[in-house]
Ligand binder design. Structure first.
Ligand SMILES: Nc1ncnc2c1ncn2[C@@H]1O[C@H](COP(=O)(O)OP(=O)(O)O)[C@@H](O)[C@H]1O
Ligand SMILES: [Mg+2]
Length: 150
């Protein structure tokens, strides 16, 4: 299933992500793609807001993965931009995160063959005519996710 959304500004993105976050559970994997500055980290911030963790957000750019403790399960925020390929992801034990918690993976397409069969892919696009607009294209791989994007 595939769906497109237009988000008019940062607040829109944060609100949308918070609502999207309310569906997410342990074992879910969300891949976030799109050029630098397209809003991937902002979206993660919005998701963390749903879990009351928004004050803790920091960019994982230099650490590959940041872990947040939500009461029911851990939340892992990856930025795999600096990984060459899947092998480097396996080397850091990346796969073991998938079942343990909720995974949000910026630049996840770099490790596409390491991803579980079922996941959600969100593509972020800027809009040439307005610097505050973002177009989100959400694609679900796995029936259980279809109800997340109604
Ligand atoms: N609608 C929007 N949604 C998200 N970010 C936006 C939006 N409009 C402007 N921005 C700005 O774009 C930047 C997005 O940065 P960031 O989320 O770090 O991008 P990425 O993680 O994709 O590199 C932020 O500075 C944010 O304020
Ligand atoms: Mg980012």
């Amino acid at each position: 299933m595939e769906k497109k959304y237009k988000l008019n500004n940062v607040t829109d993105t944060l609100n949308f992500a918070k609502k999207f976050g309310s569906n997410l559970k342990k074992g879910d994997v969300i891949v976030l793609s799109g050029e630098l500055g397209s809003g991937k980290t902002k979206f993660v911030e919005g998701v963390l807001t749903y879990f009351d963790l928004e004050n803790e957000i920091s960019s994982p750019t230099f650490t590959i993965v940041n872990e947040y403790s939500y009461k029911d399960f851990p939340i892992y925020h990856f930025d795999v931009y600096r990984l060459e390929n899947e092998d480097e992801f396996y080397a850091i034990g990346g796969e073991e995160y998938f079942d343990n918690g909720l995974c949000l993976i910026e630049w996840g397409e770099i490790i596409s063959s390491a991803l579980p069969k079922e996941y959600i892919h969100i593509y972020f696009e800027k809009d040439d005519s307005d610097e505050n607009v973002r177009i989100l294209n959400i694609q679900t791989f796995g029936k259980r996710f279809d109800k997340y994007i109604i």
